[in-house]
Design a protein around this ligand. Sequence first.
Ligand code: PAF
Length: 273
Amino acid sequence: MIIARNAVELRAALDSNTGSIGFVPTMGALHIGHRTLIERARKENERVVVSIFVNPTQFLAGEDLSKYPRREEADFKICQLSGVDVLFYPEVSTMYTHDEVSIKAPDVRGYILEGAIRPGHFDGVLNVVMKLLNLVHATRVYFGKKDAQQLTLISQMVQNFFMSVEIVAVDTVRESDGLALSSRNVYLSKEERIEALKLSASLKRASHLVIQGVRKSDEITKVMLNILEPLNVEYVTIVNRRFEAIDEVLIGDTIVLVAARVGTTRLIDNVWM
Ligand code: PAF
């Protein structure tokens, strides 16, 4: 595995070979969810590039960037064992200068739900993903469905800027009891982890209701909110694939989303229907 720390090293590593490139952008602290993305990229491409970059511009003032888990050695090992060809591991000064040209998340879709709770977060995500895609020249880029709004906005950016990369959406990986994998799960105490299962339980119930023929969004979200009691729920909502709120579930074009705090840990989860 080649470790490239800047654009010149990255180009040297990639230009010496041809063939499709599968790219998995990450902020490190790699878990099985990331490994699933890497494995998928491995299967579908001749070469696999992973980036590890804790992107400062997607953290808001007051969000502690310095506390974001950093596990360089373990992450490098995971990449090596997963058959990654090139690991891109840039410094902040490689990725950003000052007084830059930047892009902005769409006014509505970028500022609802996650974007309302973290205003400006998606501006940072889109800017760094645009930069990374321009650096890597990937054939396919892999994102988890768990960050559904991020995935939708990146897909929109790729469309709006006529970028030629193919976006591959990969199913959320769960623990055997249903908890969606997340770098934040490490912050949960034993008791909080049990409470956190209410998120996936509420989504499972939503799926059952839909299977039973219930379609009205408010009926489904009411049941979910009962299951989520007494968690501090930030939102429970039902949207279409364009992230527009919908009154009725339409199979094949629906995402049911939940965000809640368990203790001080903020968790999100969703199910695609
Ligand atoms: O999902 C993430 O880990 C980050 O938001 C991403 C896409 C790597 C951009 O920093």
